[in-house]
Design a protein around this ligand. Structure first.
Ligand SMILES: *[C@@H]1O[C@H](CO)[C@@H](O)[C@H](O)[C@H]1NC(C)=O
Ligand SMILES: *[C@@H]1O[C@H](CO)[C@@H](O)[C@H](O)[C@H]1NC(C)=O
Ligand SMILES: *[C@@H]1O[C@H](CO)[C@@H](O)[C@H](O)[C@H]1NC(C)=O
Ligand SMILES: [Zn+2]
Length: 522
């Protein structure tokens, strides 16, 4: 049976592959191509020296929901958009020298959420599903159980040490991932005071927007989330039908600007572009009432991209001679997946990678620790019989047992479920590559779910070699604190790099190397 099916399948593959041009590069047919590539990679690996300096600056790039399948698919899509086969392309994050795997479960949940995981990678302590900046002794929704269980983020510790700090995200700035850097709450959904439960109000718990403004003086805050900052009777400047969400009558932007010098609040691209980083110590930019738009729907005239926000943040923060801590989130990779629309997720991931590339141009690997990771994965898979260069959002060249085609990308569950009356719809490349297309899902759910498997951590810069092996997710915060000599690792005994001197030893090594080479070859 299996043999017969195999035979039919091979026949189909041969039939379809003569119909279709397979984009294989001629150079790849030669052993020398792969041997040279392998040698180059080996040479690079042999020359990796651990950077034992203290991290003056730390940038944590968080791809929300960016599992390894998402990274691979985004890489291929990036290459295909550039007219190539795609598989051989590199993302910027692919070039980072040190990698580890991160175990993402929450204390009370096998399938984690962005709040419990953010508490782990930002504060160094694993927490419960839905909770932010508190230990797992705080059950979700229990305000009174937050008191005494607060845990402080690396961003907070960096600020205490005199560094500048910032958060940049494509979601609302009060969302779970950035939230763990400044807030302590039993429920990630308590965005504004109007969202608090009666128990939370009775026991004096504050909403996340309030905490954003009152807990830590954050130098740069960029993303969405305007409506949680304004009172109920205040109209949104961009959408007249949208009103503020606050019952307490407070205007948190006014509160935030109080007692700050060289501080600016902006809400559109024009005002954002007019901000001169050289003359700005504090910048809050909120570009949408809730989350920012997906990159494929963004109006470049009214809203900045993640890359533009990252660039502005680095330019402002890097003026501090003591350095900075910056959190940058590609927050809507997750949302595209929840909606079962892979194209949204992947285009968000590509823009996220572009921001990583821009940051690399603006920083020095000698003194800046850059980490790229995800909070959790999704039940997103890519596979099926596909030739080299097959559009990653297209259809397989094989035919399924029900005589229909199928997409390479798919979901184990979610709104893409399309199995009715014992059958599923056929699909072709035109349909599958549409902007609104939902990949088929095995199980019907309103919202596709997170995945449970490990996610990757990519790192470069000071002490980045500490990212090795399979680690619990909270390890990330510990490496960041250690590399920057922040509590509880103030006695880390790492020195700041001396930029001038660091050139000298490498020149010396080069000379020694050349001498050995000429001696051995003579
Ligand atoms: C909430 O936490 C408090 C303090 O830990 C505890 O006394 C109380 O029983 C909890 N309430 C609920 C509903 O679990
Ligand atoms: C399934 O079959 C029923 C009964 O024949 C029909 O009314 C319905 O429209 C079908 N649904 C779909 C999605 O084809
Ligand atoms: C895909 O299917 C749609 C709907 O049946 C059809 O309009 C379109 O022409 C098809 N495209 C290809 C490439 O076959
Ligand atoms: Zn999610």
């Amino acid at each position: 049976m299996a043999g017969k099916r195999m035979y039919v399948l091979c026949g189909l593959l041969i039939f379809i592959s003569i119909q279709r041009t397979v984009s294989v590069y001629e150079e790849e047919l030669h052993a020398s191509y792969w041997n040279n590539k392998g040698k180059q990679a080996l040479h690079t690996a042999l020359n990796i020296q651990p950077n034992l300096h203290q991290a003056k600056n730390t940038i944590l790039f968080l791809g929300d929901g960016m599992g390894v399948t998402t990274v691979t698919a985004a890489r291929i899509l990036k290459g295909q958009k550039a007219g190539r086969s795609g598989e051989e392309t590199s993302l910027v994050m692919d070039t980072f020298p040190h990698l580890a795997l991160s175990k993402t479960y929450n204390v009370d949940q096998q399938m984690p959420d962005s709040a419990g995981t953010a508490t782990a990678y930002l504060c160094g302590v694993k927490a419960n599903y839905g909770t932010l900046g508190v230990t797992a002794a705080t059950p979700r929704y229990n305000c009174s159980a937050t008191y005494g269980n607060e845990v402080k983020s690396v961003l907070y510790r960096a600020k205490q040490a005199g560094k500048s700090v910032g958060i940049v995200t494509t979601t609302r700035v009060q969302h779970a991932s950035p939230g763990a850097s400044y807030a302590h709450t039993a429920n990630r959904g308590w965005y504004a005071d109007s969202d608090l439960s009666p128990e939370a109000v009775a026991n004096g718990c504050r909403d996340i927007a309030y905490q954003l403004v009152h807990n830590i003086e954050i130098n740069v805050i960029l993303g969405g989330g305007r409506e949680y900052m304004f009172p109920r009777d205040m109209q949104d400047p961009e959408y007249p039908s949208v009103k503020g969400d606050r019952n307490d009558g407070q205007n948190l932007i006014v509160e935030w600007l109080k007692n700050k010098k060289k501080a600016k609040y902006v809400w559109n691209k024009k005002q954002f572009d007019d901000v001169n980083p050289a003359k700005t110590d504090f910048l809050m930019g909120l570009f949408e009432p809730k989350d920012c738009r997906y990159e494929i729907e963004r109006n470049p005239l009214s809203d900045p991209s993640l890359t533009e926000m990252t660039e502005k943040a680095i330019k402002i923060l890097s003026r501090n001679p003591k350095g900075y801590f910056l959190f940058v989130e590609g927050g809507r990779i997750d949302h595209g997946h929840h909606a079962g629309r892979a194209i949204r997720s992947l285009t968000e991931a590509i823009e996220f990678d572009r921001a990583i590339g821009r940051a690399a141009e603006l920083t020095n690997e000698l003194d800046t620790l850059t980490i790229v990771t995800a909070d959790h994965s999704h039940v997103f898979s890519i596979g099926g019989h596909s030739a080299r260069g097959n559009p990653i959002l297209g259809v397989s060249r094989g035919i399924a047992d029900d005589k229909k085609r199928f997409t390479l990308a798919g979901y184990a569950n979610g709104p893409g479920y399309q199995f009715f009356n014992g059958t599923r719809p056929d699909v072709n490349e035109t349909i599958a590559m549409g902007k609104e297309y939902r990949q088929q899902a095995t199980v019907p759910l309103d919202s596709e779910t997170h995945g449970i498997e490990d996610v990757a951590i990519y790192a470069k810069g000071p002490m980045s070699h500490l990212f090795h092996g399979v680690q619990e997710q909270n390890y990330i915060a510990h490496v960041m604190a250690y590399a920057a000599c922040l509590p509880p690792y103030e006695d880390c005994k790492l020195n700041h790099p001396n930029h001038a001197a660091s050139v000298y030893p490498s020149l010396l090594l080069l000379l020694i190397g050349l001498t050995i080479f000429s001696v051995s070859s003579s």
